[in-house]
Write a protein that binds this ligand. Sequence first.
Ligand code: GDP
Ligand code: K
Ligand code: MG
Length: 296
Amino acid sequence: MGTQYSGYIAIVGRPNVGKSTLLNHLIEQKLAITSRKPQTTRNNMLGIKTVGDVQMIFVDTPGIHKGHGKAINRYMNKSASSAIKDVDVVVFVVDKNIWTDEDEWVLEQLQRCESPIIVAVNKVDQLDDKSVLLPHLKQLETALPKAELVPVSALRHQNLERLEQLVASFLPEAPHMFAEDEITDKNSRYLAAEIIREKIMRQLGDEVPYQSAVEIEQYEETPRLITIHGLILVERDGQKKMIIGEKGERIKQIGQQARLDMEKLFDCKVMLKLWVKVKSGWSDDERALRSLGFDS
Ligand code: GDP
Ligand code: K
Ligand code: MG
């Protein structure tokens, strides 16, 4: 056996720059859920890719955002900041031409970081004229003189090979920690709950998604079929009505879309049943968060 290389790569950045989309396209599996809404990602998640002698262990993080008082926000910031320490490489994801206070805040955190930093300048597919990138790249270069800059489109899979090569070039010699075919540290129950939450994030307006959580009450696997019962927890009765929708239409759609994604990811037929329950105060209750899989 030849020399093995392996290490952890944190994917950081403000909400909505495309961190989870990037992880999925690097791993070539839809592991992490994504949406137009901030706070889609709530926990750190590993996406593992092994190519020959090189094992890359990517850590997708909740966006670092200026915390409000709630336990869930404090928790998400902690996950993101702790990911910057103790990794071999940091991939800092920024938008192609939008720079906000939140980016600035992440940048400040990174200036104390000792690991190599790669700045992935994402969503370049949205630019007709690529020259508008140049001033932004210049500013980034000034702010992080030692960093490597790579323009990419996570969604359209542009320049990801270059990004991956750079990442691999920074990894230390180390034995692989995961089997070659392992792609994540999360189990299927967790992934199933996340897929349901993604459909809620994508289908519902602004308030409901942030105040809902999903619990898998039953998960039964036979060679031909996986049976999953999911419980959607919301804060208030009105939110329950919105998720269920007129004549149950919305929850039916959530279920259908979630089932299709699960069948693709698990490569197996899935029978999915969903319920909605009001459990007020869950998002500001540390113990409830832990019981819902917020692993801190
Ligand atoms: P995160 O909060 O940083 O994890 O961001 P997500 O991965 O959830 O993505 C936020 C939104 O940006 C989603 O609607 C994605 O489809 C979109 N997005 C991510 N990467 C790209 C990209 O390269 N190009 C375009 N056009 N949209 C993208
Ligand atoms: K998002
Ligand atoms: Mg995310």
